[in-house]
Structures are given as structure tokens and as C-alpha cells.
Design a protein around this ligand. Structure first.
Ligand SMILES: C[S@@+](CC[C@H](N)C(=O)[O-])C[C@H]1O[C@@H](n2cnc3c(N)ncnc32)[C@H](O)[C@@H]1O
Length: 280
């Protein structure tokens, strides 16, 4: 399982344990992976949570927006491949839903106990609308867990290039991507070997991608927007994530303690994605 998936699912287990203290235990759990991409987190969640809750009835849904990769056929082929190949007996046609980013999420009010996302918030153009939809589809007492990079990050996680996401113009962005790629820093070598990219192709692809599809914000801005939508908002489990790295642990388990670790999240945000919990 991907490291980030194991971390997010450990956060999910920890938060469910807390919710059950207030909401009661044993009921079916409905979880939404928003911005589910190729479905990898959904697949891992189904296996890990089913095993943990021993057939209690965990339903996992996915949501994607048309404007991003989800508008392309290959995206769907990959998503179907991930889910139907691993879970051929499930009907995914109802579980994975798509809408335009300007529309409401295609789910009823109060449908979910929990919303999660991995590497999505930095791709959301209208984060106010996103949090409003999150609030609408969550039950009272429900919560969301988001794992995402912020603008404080020294390295753009997409291209692997330092400061790649900081440049304001395409020219600066292109220059930056080219210089670091020539120095052997970032993902260019990987793209060259695996996809046959020239340096120009790599630079052009990422200049376009960063301009069109990324909307990096500070951690503080994301926290403020979540609070404005009515969520009690906490940076949590960031210390637990760092411990996981040190231990090279890939298992899923409920983290103990749920202390806020905003101070640590601020440090971590320079180097890696951070985890934020929004409680309705
Ligand atoms: C880097 S991908 C991450 C995909 C997946 N979560 C993963 O971990 O592999 C970012 C995803 O965010 C989605 N996205 C962008 N804007 C969104 C929005 N407003 N609401 C939900 N998802 C969105 C994109 O379509 C894309 O699939």
C-alpha cells in the first residue's frame, strides 16, 4: 500500500473511533474519497477498513470533477481498471460519480460520515465552494480528513523541482524547471526513461500543468477557509506521519492520541504534505 494511503487510513480509523464515542458504534459507515483519481485510495480503503471492521458494512464512494483528468477517457480506463480488477463483483457505476467543479457534488445532503482526500486541495480552484459541498454532504458530527501539500513546500511535488510551484509566469516556471532538470533534480529523469520525454517536453508539460491545474495556498489560508465554512479545523496526525517515516511503517492502525500539531504541521509543510481534520 502507498505510504500516504496507509497514513490517511490510519487517520480515518482514529477519527472513526472518536466519532463512535459520540454517535454510537456498529452502524454502517459511508465514506467519500473526493478527487479519487485512479481509485487507488478507494481500493486500499475497502481492503483495510473491511478487515478492521470485519464486514460491518463500509461503503466507499468516489467523486471526480470533469475539468481535470477526469474529462479524459484514459482517466476512466485507469479508474475502472483499478476498481473492477480488484473488486470485480462490485457495481462501481453508482459508487463513482462525476460532476463539473461548478456544480453541487452529486450526493444527497448528510449522506456521508466521513470525507477524505489525498493530494486534492492544491488542485481545487474554488475552495470555498468545495468546503460548502463538503459541509452539505456530511452528517452532523461527520468529518473530513485532507492530506495535501501547501505553498510553503520548498519542492513542487508534481515535477519534483524546487520552487516549481512558486513562479508566477510561464517564462519563470519554464526556466526554473529547465535549470533543475538539467542539474538532475526533480522527475525529469524518470519521465525520460519511462515515457521517452525530451527536456522540452517535460518543461512544456509541467508549465501547462502547474498553470492550469494547481492552486497552492498557505496552510493558514486552507484552515481559514475551512473554518469559514463552519468546520472546527485542526492540523492532526502530522507527528504520527513523521514517526511512520522513521519506522518505515506501511501498516494501517488507529493512531493513539489526537492532539493538534499545528506547530509541527507548519514545519512539515516545508517538506511534505500535511494532514488537516475538519469537524462538522
Ligand atoms: C493529483 S490528483 C490526486 C488523485 C487521487 N486522490 C490520488 O491520490 O491519486 C488531484 C485530483 O483532484 C481532483 N480535483 C480537482 N478539483 C477538484 C474539485 N473541485 N473537487 C474534487 N476533486 C477535484 C482532480 O480531478 C484530480 O483527480
Amino acid at each position: 500500500m502507498k505510504f500516504s494511503h496507509a497514513h490517511i487510513l490510519s487517520c480515518v480509523l482514529s477519527e472513526i473511533a472518536r466519532m463512535e464515542k459520540t454517535l454510537g458504534s456498529g452502524q454502517r459507515l459511508r465514506i467519500l474519497d473526493t478527487g479519487c483519481g485512479h481509485g487507488g485510495l478507494i481500493a486500499d480503503a475497502l481492503l483495510a477498513l473491511d478487515e478492521y471492521f470485519e464486514g460491518r458494512g463500509v461503503e466507499i464512494y468516489g467523486f471526480e470533477v470533469q475539468e481535470h483528468g477526469a474529462g479524459r477517457q484514459r482517466y476512466w480506463d485507469d479508474l475502472n481498471e483499478t476498481l473492477y480488477s480488484r473488486f470485480p463483483d462490485s457495481d462501481w457505476s453508482d459508487r463513482i460519480r462525476v460532476a463539473s467543479s461548478s456544480e453541487d457534488w452529486p450526493f444527497d445532503d448528510g449522506f456521508f460520515d466521513l470525507v477524505m482526500s489525498n493530494q486534492v486541495l492544491e488542485h481545487v480552484e474554488g475552495l470555498e465552494g468545495f468546503f460548502a459541498q463538503q459541509s452539505r454532504v456530511l452528517k452532523p458530527g461527520g468529518l473530513a480528513i485532507h492530506h495535501f501539500p501547501t505553498v510553503e513546500s520548498l519542492v513542487d511535488p508534481h515535477s519534483g523541482v524546487p520552487f516549481g510551484h512558486w513562479s508566477r509566469s510561464d517564462v519563470c516556471r519554464g526556466r526554473n524547471l529547465r535549470v533543475f532538470s538539467r542539474l538532475g533534480i526533480g522527475k525529469y529523469e524518470n519521465y525520460r526513461v519511462r515515457r521517452g520525454h525530451s527536456i522540452d517536453q517535460f518543461v512544456d508539460e509541467f508549465v501547462d500543468y502547474l498553470r492550469q491545474f494547481t492552486f497552492f495556498r498557505t496552510l493558514h489560508t486552507v484552515e481559514s477557509l475551512s473554518k469559514s465554512a463552519g468546520f472546527a479545523t485542526f492540523a492532526r496526525y502530522n507527528v504520527a506521519l513523521a514517526r511512520r517515516w522513521v519506522d518505515e511503517a506501511e501498516d494501517v492502525w488507529p493512531y493513539c492520541g489526537r492532539n493538534e500539531d499545528t506547530w509541527f504541521a507548519r514545519v512539515l509543510s516545508r517538506f511534505a504534505s500535511v494532514t488537516l481534520v475538519c469537524e462538522k
